[in-house]
Ligand binder design. Structure first.
Ligand SMILES: *[C@@H]1O[C@H](CO)[C@@H](O)[C@H](O)[C@H]1NC(C)=O
Ligand SMILES: *[C@@H]1O[C@H](CO)[C@@H](O)[C@H](O)[C@H]1NC(C)=O
Ligand SMILES: *[C@@H]1O[C@H](CO)[C@@H](O)[C@H](O)[C@H]1NC(C)=O
Ligand SMILES: *[C@@H]1O[C@H](CO)[C@@H](O)[C@H](O)[C@H]1NC(C)=O
Ligand SMILES: *[C@@H]1O[C@H](CO)[C@@H](O)[C@H](O)[C@H]1NC(C)=O
Length: 476
């Protein structure tokens, strides 16, 4: 039976059912210039089958700019001159996709290129290596990454001859595409301006030496988002800065059971792209917190990134480039590489708003208890945060910081509600717990002034209302 199916497949291939798409399979036309628009190579499961017998790698460059947002053109003309829309003095963004087991066009590709061009006036090149990425044999796609990188380097050498500069190149690589970007970077000895790795592929790359995967030496600035580190992505940090949203393994809103079909396999992995995209198209600040571990971050131990770099924590997405400037400024002793954590919401645009609440207690006995709090926004609605580490002990006269995350932004806090819970079986309605100071500060918008309250008393399990005041100047 199996032999029969195999033979049948062979004749199909022979008589051309599994044809390659022709080189110019574009159907649309740019009406102004009357040029045919290039389109991303569309394949399907037949393409994957064909690859079993006749493997082929092909790298096609689709060039977009603000003048041809909807119509990809070739980077070079047939006479080898550079496309007129390519402006040598502008930045060039390269988008490199990953493994395509069934040959489909990446669902996020169109959105990503459109969004980038809307926000930034750049030359944009989509690297279409669908012939090479479409295979049922993952290892084959892995091997092809080197071939694609080599082929890209040839185009880059031509661009350099035309006067382009490596420093102006930003590679955005998804999964295997992240490693392709790394390999290109190695060919140019780390002189590319930036590589962004979107959940770089883990299988076959995890634990490999730096010359066999994306590495921070591949570009002047390498930022990486890890969203499926325990699955299709890689856990180990690779860049100058590595972001681990929601801990980097399991993303909120993604199915946790295999019965959800393919989205169970892809959702966490693709989240890196959707976060990068959201950071581009919304005004959310995806602030993150450099920290040793996700646990320490949740414990509020890493909320002070302000002293190291301007007044801001590093931000995931395109804004990560701000951190690059910070890198140069850092003197000896600062770590060159950073691991940063953040949490996101479960749906587009994934924004959340961070606050840190700092409390200095006067009573030793407050140690065995926890607080909960909520804020009243200008509209008179209560906003309840996700609190990390509710049970943090309040030591006498020691500042305790609690990280809090809200689903919506609260710019002007008119009231803070606070309740204290003591961990004892017997409720003490007369007990009073003095608090020396409370400070509430937005971490998402660090430029906003904080809110403070001084010298007040908490009662057990009784919600109190605090009208915040301006903060006193900090003693240095
Ligand atoms: C190359 O071809 C393009 C368009 O086909 C044309 O605009 C350009 O002038 C040509 N360049 C040379 C050097 O012939
Ligand atoms: C190329 O870009 C630069 C800077 O953005 C701009 O000043 C120049 O006019 C552009 N050239 C063309 C031919 O569009
Ligand atoms: C906290 O509770 C523990 C027992 O759970 C007790 O030994 C300790 O004295 C308590 N500390 C304070 C400050 O009340
Ligand atoms: C918050 O207060 C400031 C100053 O009073 C005001 O300019 C701003 O519009 C307020 N923001 C909102 C969202 O109410
Ligand atoms: C907290 O301290 C205040 C005075 O410093 C005292 O009056 C109060 O009883 C203390 N509360 C508890 C629960 O020990």
């Amino acid at each position: 039976m199996r032999i029969y199916v195999f033979l049948c497949l062979m004749c199909w291939v022979r008589i051309g059912y599994l044809n390659y798409p022709s080189e110019t399979n574009g159907v649309s036309r740019n009406l102004e210039t009357n040029r045919t628009c290039r389109e991303f190579t569309k394949l399907n499961a037949m393409g994957s089958l064909r690859d079993l017998f006749f493997p082929k790698v092909k790298t096609i460059l689709l060039m977009y700019s603000r003048d041809n947002v909807n119509c990809a053109e070739p980077l070079f003309e047939p006479n080898n001159s550079l496309n007129n829309h390519f402006n040598l003095s502008k930045k060039t963004i390269w988008i490199v996709h990953g493994y395509r087991p069934l040959g489909s066009v990446p669902v996020w590709l169109h959105k990503l290129s459109k969004t980038i061009l809307k926000q930034e006036d750049v030359n944009l090149i989509v690297v279409d290596w669908n012939l090479g990425a479409t295979t049922l044999i993952y290892n084959r796609a892995v091997k092809n990454t080197r071939i694609v990188a080599y082929s890209l380097s040839k185009s880059i050498f031509i661009l350099l001859d035309h006067g382009a500069s490596l420093d102006n190149f930003h590679f955005i690589g998804m999964s295997l595409g992240a490693h392709i970007s790394g390999f290109v970077g190695k060919i140019f000895r780390g002189q590319l301006g930036r590589i962004t790795g979107l959940d770089p592929a883990g299988p076959k790359f995890s634990g490999k030496p730096s010359n066999s995967r994306l590495d921070f030496t591949d570009a002047k600035f390498v930022d990486v988002i890890h969203s499926d580190a325990s699955g299709l992505g890689i856990l180990q940090p690779l860049g100058h800065i590595d972001f681990y949203p929601n801990g980097g393994k399991q993303q909120p809103g993604c199915p946790t059971s295999i019965f959800s079909g393919t989205s169970y396999i892809k959702c966490d992995h693709q989240r890196a792209i959707y976060l990068f995209l959201a950071a581009f198209e919304t005004n959310c600040n995806f602030v993150s917190f450099p920290c040793r571990s996700y646990k320490d971050y949740q414990g509020g131990l890493c909320v002070d990134c302000g002293t190291l770099y301007k007044d801001s924590c590093p931000r995931l997405g395109n804004q990560a480039k701000l951190w690059r400037e910070g890198l140069n400024k850092r003197t000896e002793g600062w770590p060159l590489r950073t691991i940063a954590y953040l949490d996101t919401s479960s749906e587009h645009p994934f924004c959340t708003y961070y606050f840190v609440i700092s409390i200095v207690a006067l009573n030793e006995t407050m140690r065995n208890g926890s607080i909960s709090f909520s804020l009243l926004n200008r509209l008179g609605e209560s906003e309840y945060p996700k609190l990390y580490m509710k049970s943090k002990p309040f030591d006498k006269l020691r500042e305790v910081k609690i990280l809090a995350q809200f689903a919506s932004d609260i710019e002007n806090v008119s009231c803070i509600y606070m309740t204290y819970f003591h961990y004892s079986n017997t409720r003490c309605s007369t007990c009073q717990y003095r608090v020396q100071s409370l400070k509430l500060k937005s971490l998402t918008y660090p430029e906003r002034p904080p809110f403070c309250k001084y010298d007040f008393v908490l009662k057990e399990r009784a919600r109190i209302e605090l009208q915040p005041d301006a903060c006193k100047a900090q003693k240095v």
